[in-house]
Each structure stands twice: as C-alpha cells, then as structure tokens.
Write a protein that binds this ligand. Structure first.
Ligand code: ADP
Ligand code: MG
Length: 236
C-alpha cells in the first residue's frame, strides 16, 4: 500500500544560491506523479529532499500527514525508496546487489521473488551485476528498492541512460508496480512522451518554484496555465 506525500514551502540553499524557492506539491496515495520542468529546475534536488539525502532550509515534507523532519532518515528511506538515473549496484552477485539495503536494515527479502517482480530471470541472481545490460541493471536497482517494501518509490529519470526498448519496458514495469503494489510513485522525467504514457498527475517545477499540478488530461489538453503550455511547446 502506498501513502500520500505532501510538500509545503520547501526551500534549499547552497552557498548564496537558492535552488528550491518554496516548493509545494502533493503526491497522492497510489498514484503516479510525474515531476517535469526544464533542466536545472530543481527536480532532482526536490526528490533528494523528500528522501532526506539533503536537509531543506525551510518547509516540510509530510507522509500521510506526519512531518518527516523529526523522523530517523534511515527509517524514512525504508518507507520512501529511491531509484537514480544511473544504476549503482554493490555486491559480487546480482542477488547481493538486490539484498544490499535489506541486509543493512536486517530485513528478510527473497531475491528470486524480487527478480521475478521486476521481470528478470531468477537465474541472473548468481551473475556479476556488471555483466548485465544497463536496462537490466536498472531493474535490479528497482528490485533493491522494493526489497525494503517501501510505500513510496521516487525515481529520478530512471530511463534516460537506456535505449528506447528498455525505456518502454521500465515504463511498463513502473505502471505494473503501481497497480500491483498500489505504490505511490514519483517519476522525474524530461520526456513528455513518457509522461503521457506513465503519469496520472503532473507537477511542473521551473527555476526552483512549483508552477502547479494537474491531472495528466488537464496538463496535455492545455487546461494548465500559461507556464505549463509554454513548457509543453518547448518554449520554456
Ligand atoms: P534538475 O534535476 O531539475 O535538472 P537539479 O535539482 O539537479 O535540477 O539542480 C537545480 C539547480 O541547482 C541547478 O542549477 C544545479 O546546478 C544546482 N545545484 C544542485 N545541487 C547543487 C549543489 N550541491 N551545489 C551547487 N549547485 C547545485
Ligand atoms: Mg535532475
């Protein structure tokens, strides 16, 4: 089961540069929200703040209404999993790589079941992860995140290093996990064709500010405000 994420007035500064300038957004329970925006808008920074890989200067992230600032970041990251742009797998075998986080958390997990869940042959479990294709490695990193049985999965441009066919398969997997596990999923994407295939909702971030959130239908039919229309037409 997923849970609802709410972000209120999030600010993050590096030196004198304000990267997030008061971002508010919601990721509803059990839905796939795509976070879009121009390069440098702060999309990755926002996900990192939700996962507490960075500490915001102000604002709050709520999980089902509870503020996360008082939570132990390690416990928070078990409930809110993260998949990055490039898979970075640790371990001698694929099985080690999948169980990496679960072992640290002293949590039981079944690598074979997880491999099946992400559509990989369980026989791959014995292989060196570096011998897998990047698309397969990205599935392994999704399996690693799922091993902790998160309620929310954050994914930061998980397909941008993949070829078109692998990209489509990861998109299908994301939709399938959302349906099967009722996971709340956040997908940062710069590809509008992908957003159209995968999203339930869309959040637009521009220059460190949230510009609005819409259903996918509202967003793509232009019922979304001038900034979003400019972004869709590639003029932002
Ligand atoms: P996006 O993912 O939307 O492309 P990012 O969140 O990666 O954007 O970055 C937003 C802005 O913040 C960019 O201008 C980036 O250069 C800057 N930035 C991000 N992290 C740091 C950092 N640790 N130090 C300095 N600048 C950073
Ligand atoms: Mg980014």
């Amino acid at each position: 089961m997923g849970l609802e994420v709410k972000i209120l007035g999030l600010r993050y500064t590096v030196g004198r540069v304000e990267i997030l300038k008061g971002v508010s957004a919601g990721f509803p329970e059990g839905e796939i929200t795509c976070v879009v925006g121009p390069s440098g808008a702060g999309k990755s920074t926002l996900l990192r703040a939700v996962n507490r890989l960075i500490e915001p200067a102000a604002g709050e992230v709520y999980l089902d209404g509870s503020p996360t600032s008082g939570m132990d970041p390690l416990l928070l990251r078990r409930r809110v999993g993260m998949v990055f742009q490039l898979p970075a797998l640790f371990g001698v075998t694929v099985e080690d790589a999948i169980l990496y986080g679960a072992r640290l958390a002293e949590k039981d997990a079944d690598a074979v079941r997880l491999l099946e869940m992400v559509g990989l042959d369980p026989l791959l479990g014995r292989k060196d992860p570096q011998t897998l294709s990047v698309g397969q490695q990205q599935r392994v990193s999704i399996a690693r995140a799922l091993a902790l049985e998160p309620e929310v999965l954050l994914t930061d441009e998980p397909t941008s290093a993949l070829d078109e066919a692998s990209r489509r398969r990861i998109e299908d997997l994301i939709r399938e996990l959302n349906t099967r596990l009722e996971l709340t999923i956040v997908l940062v994407s710069h590809a509008l064709d992908q957003v159209e295939r995968v999203a339930d909702r869309v959040v637009l971030l521009v220059a460190g500010r949230s510009e609005g959130e819409w259903s996918k239908e509202e967003f793509f039919s232009g019922e979304c405000g001038e900034r979003a229309r400019l972004f869709i037409s590639g003029r932002l």
